[in-house]
Design a protein around this ligand. Structure first.
Ligand SMILES: Cc1ncc(COP(=O)(O)O)c(C=O)c1O
Length: 500
């Protein structure tokens, strides 16, 4: 049956990519023949420690061309599939980090291979247009089919962009433009506006600000960087803006034991937000927008309650600040909902929602009034990539067809319960297990132990990422099932036992 499924789903030239043709593959679930995702490897398989000799050789070679300090190892993307990333030394690792949370439905998903092997997709792959001036005929349809089909509540407009940072950067510009047009009462700039902006002076370049939160990560471009406060290395030596930074709640765990303390902590942070808005207005740098992640990811997987976000949204409204929810990392399904802000249960959750990573294309949704009023105000050459919209439409089909959000909720529960158990077993080592869906994290006693755990887990065939000062974050793709959770937990507990 498996091979007949395959022959129906793949074009001949791609036979070498067939999941079943690779050694170590097996048909994992006989009970549910509805998906191709079940063609998965049966577990990690390690031949060398990581990075192996071939990776080291390539790192040296690339080191003559660029900085390679961040490179973990080199990959064999032909051989990678499903939840498993294969490296150039033939090591096969269960990937629970998925390219910094950016692989929605695993490696080489058959539905995507099939789509890309369809001759009608070829011109979209080969010709990358300057979308802002010369979009292809099917662009409106493809946007409707992909991004608009999952638009956040209250938003029917979307602007595509290339990456997370440029999505946020342009979203900030949209918030400033709206703010100034509201101040003017119309959208016709004065002669003085036009001449002063050319030399970076007021009123054309107004002293407006964006309020962000300590621990936030919104990207590395200059504007985004002014709102990023997760690690010094991102910001060092780069000039920035004097914009307000509010504290993000530091919740105590387990949540049910600290209800009162956590509510007080959230109230303290909200109070500070209002104080900062008032202070910056008095300074002559009014806050045009507030930007926040539903879960601070890079900064350490810091959560806050739905109440916190609902109150923050109200504060933004009260003070005339646009409310920008950065879902670059939380969007795409890992929390068990396509957008993490859906957990807040609001009809009007935000003015702007930015995305990238699992959505494959960057961009932002926005309320109508944030539409730039003139051409070229929000613009760059590529403004996204139609081939990514094509892939995204298919990814969304797979998510719906295979009920992947339900799967995420199920495997997320198994993952978090497993982490709770391990935390009870290794109290000196682990703490603060937390998560929503499979978007989970746990704290390690210190940074050095975390590094050692991450490396040992990798050598045993499990890829994980760190975040914050001493957390490990879990970012599997949406095809990470309960049995993958168990493979992970077994290996992880062996690694932890070595650190006891
Ligand atoms: C919440 C958030 N915003 C923005 C970004 C920046 O995205 P990119 O790396 O695509 O520029 C990231 C990247 O990790 C992110 O996690």
């Amino acid at each position: 049956m498996a091979s007949s499924l395959i022959s129906r789903h793949f074009a001949l030239p791609l036979q070498k990519h067939l999941w079943l043709s690779a050694p170590g593959c097996r048909y994992v679930s006989k009970a549910a023949p509805k998906t191709q995702v079940e063609y998965d490897y049966d577990g990690p398989s390690m031949k060398t420690s990581v990075p192996g000799p071939r990776s080291q050789e390539l790192t040296k070679q690339l080191g003559d061309i660029q900085n390679v300090g961040a490179i973990n190892f080199f990959c064999n993307y032909d051989e990678s599939r499903g939840n498993y990333l294969v490296d150039v030394d033939g090591n096969r690792m269960l990937d629970i980090y998925t390219q910094i949370s950016s692989i929605p439905i695993g490696y080489n998903h058959p539905a995507l291979i099939k789509l890309m092997s369809d001759p009608s997709s070829l011109s979209t792959l080969v010709n990358r247009p300057a979308l802002g001036i010369l979009p292809p005929e099917n662009f409106p349809d493809k946007l409707t089919e992909s991004l608009l089909s999952v638009a956040p509540s209250g938003m029917s407009r979307v602007q595509t962009m290339a990456c997370g940072s440029c999505s946020n950067e342009n979203a900030y510009k949209a918030m400033f433009i709206l703010y100034r047009n509201k101040e003017r009462g119309h959208n016709n700039p004065s002669e003085e506006d036009l001449s002063s902006c050319m030399v970076n002076q007021v009123p054309g370049c107004p002293d407006l600000s964006i309020l962000s939160f300590m621990g936030a990560f919104h990207g590395r471009t200059m504007g985004c960087l002014a709102t990023t406060h997760s690690k010094a290395i991102h910001k060092l030596d780069v000039p920035s803006f004097d914009w307000p930074i509010a504290p993000f709640p530091k919740l105590q765990y387990p949540l049910e034991e600290f209800t009162r303390e956590n509510a007080q902590e959230e109230a303290r942070c909200l109070e500070e937000v209002e104080d900062l808005i008032v202070k910056w207005r008095q300074k002559g740098k009014p806050v045009a927008g507030i930007v926040i992640e539903p879960i601070q990811a890079e900064g350490g997987d810091n959560h806050a309650s739905p109440d916190f976000f609902r109150n923050l949204r109200n504060i933004a409204r009260k003070h005339g600040c646009a409310f920008h929810v950065d879902e670059v990392q939380t969007g795409g399904g890992n929390t068990g909902k396509l957008w993490a802000h859906e957990h807040w249960g609001m009809d009007d959750p935000a003015d702007i929602v930015s995305f990238s990573k699992k959505l494959l294309t960057g961009g932002y949704y926005h309320r109508d009034e944030l539409q730039a009023d003139k051409p070229y105000r929000i613009f760059n050459t590529w403004m996204g990539d139609p081939s990514k919209n094509l892939l995204l439409a298919e990814v969304l089909n797979v998510i719906r067809r295979e009920n992947l959000l339900e799967e995420v909720t199920r495997s997320g529960k198994a993952l978090l319960n497993g982490l709770y158990d391990l935390q009870a077993q290794f109290p000196g080592l682990l703490s603060r297990a937390r998560g929503q869906g499979t978007f989970c994290a746990i704290d390690i006693c210190d940074d050095a132990t975390r590094s050692s755990i991450l490396l040992k887990a990798r050598d045993k065939g499990v890829l994980l990422g760190g975040c914050g000062d001493r957390s490990i974050r879990f970012r599997p793709s949406l095809v990470f099932k309960e049995y993958h959770v168990h493979i992970f937990l077994n290996i992880f507990s062996e690694v932890l036992a070595q650190h006891k």
